[in-house]
Write a protein that binds this ligand. Structure first.
Ligand code: G3I
Length: 279
């Protein structure tokens, strides 16, 4: 289970001296009550920044102090209750370079190393991940991610894993062999690899044929990943087509998850269950 929208910077820390812990506490309590492993999402992102941060006029030292305090407060509050953290989200460009974000501009290019160190200090037992999209298979962006995390490992930065978001479009899924090869090379660095936000959007209407194809895409990714050393988890970005970010973001697309809008099991659910049973 993932904390989803509850812990974005703007949601949990909307003003400099005010945190809003209610929604996050609710998710954590639900996970604990139901014995579910919980993933925290996300400490550092260029999106979902509150205006007091994005528009504030801070020195580099002040901003570093603000960020350290933010990370220490949140990771510390949920210490022992959140098993994995997406520490840094989407910091690599599609050409493989380091993205020009608010954090990079104001803290310098080694901000990523620094925030992993702060997160590790706040909860030494949490597994710390770098998380990104469109770097699932092989290519310049996944090379950029690979080089980033390889460098972090070499510098002794406390990173435990890489999250492959896996937001797919039915018409253009990655080659499962490329995904397997990418997981293998990341695993060889001593990192865990989680698929962190999988969904497969379909151009509407979602016919029976498209849903059968969708099931094949889901199971091809699952089957390609399961036996690769380092592969650790597959997490979906929601469970019912009734509640998904796709509807708002991609008009004309939908039906990306394993249960339909009426909470009924879809072909993708059947094939994923069978794939896991076989493993
Ligand atoms: O902050 C407002 C709040 O004041 C208001 O009451 C509420 C009313 O709907 O909206 C709140 O903001 C929303 C926010 O989620 C928090 O709930 C935004 O409108 C909404 O656009 C935002 O969407 C999330 C989005 O990330 C943020 O960019 C989506 O639900 C979430 O699925 C999506 O998830 C991202 C991952 O974090 C990273 N990877 C890509 C993925 C899909 O974009």
């Amino acid at each position: 289970m993932v904390t989803n929208n509850a812990m974005y910077f703007s949601q949990i820390h909307p003003e400099r001296d005010r945190y809003v812990f209610g929604p996050g506490d609710t998710v954590v309590a639900f996970a604990q009550a139901n014995n579910m492993r919980l993933r925290g999402h996300t400490l550092i992102w260029h999106n979902m920044l509150p205006s007091w941060v994005a528009e504030g006029k801070f020195t580099r030292e002040d901003l570093a102090e603000i960020l350290k305090s933010h990370i220490t407060t949140i990771v510390g509050r949920y210490r022992g209750k959140i098993a994995e953290w997406d520490v840094v989200n989407e910091a690599i460009e599609k050409d493989g370079s380091l993205r020009d974000t608010f954090w990079r501009r104001n803290l310098g290019p080694d901000y990523i190393d620094q925030v992993f160190r702060w997160a590790h200090e706040a909860d030494p037992d949490a597994a710390l991940f770098y998380n990104d999209y469109d770097g699932e298979g092989l290519g310049v962006k996944s090379d950029g991610i690979y080089n980033l995390v390889k460098g972090m490992r070499e510098r002794g930065v406390p990173i435990d894993g890489v999250g492959l978001q896996m937001h797919l479009r039915l018409e253009a899924p990655p080659n499962p062999k490329d995904v397997a090869d990418n997981i293998r090379r990341l695993g060889a660095l001593g990192l865990k690899v989680d698929i962190t936000e999988m969904d497969v959007r379909v151009k509407l209407p979602a016919t029976a044929e498209k849903l059968a194809d969708q099931a094949r895409v889901y199971s091809a990714i699952l089957n390609a990943s399961l036996s690769i050393p380092g592969f650790n988890a597959l997490v979906l970005w929601g469970f019912t087509d009734r509640h998904t970010w796709i509807t708002a973001k991609f008009p004309g697309y939908g039906a990306p998850l394993l249960f339909d809008e009426d909470y009924q099991s879809k072909p993708a659910h059947e094939t994923m269950s069978k794939g896991l049973d076989r493993h």
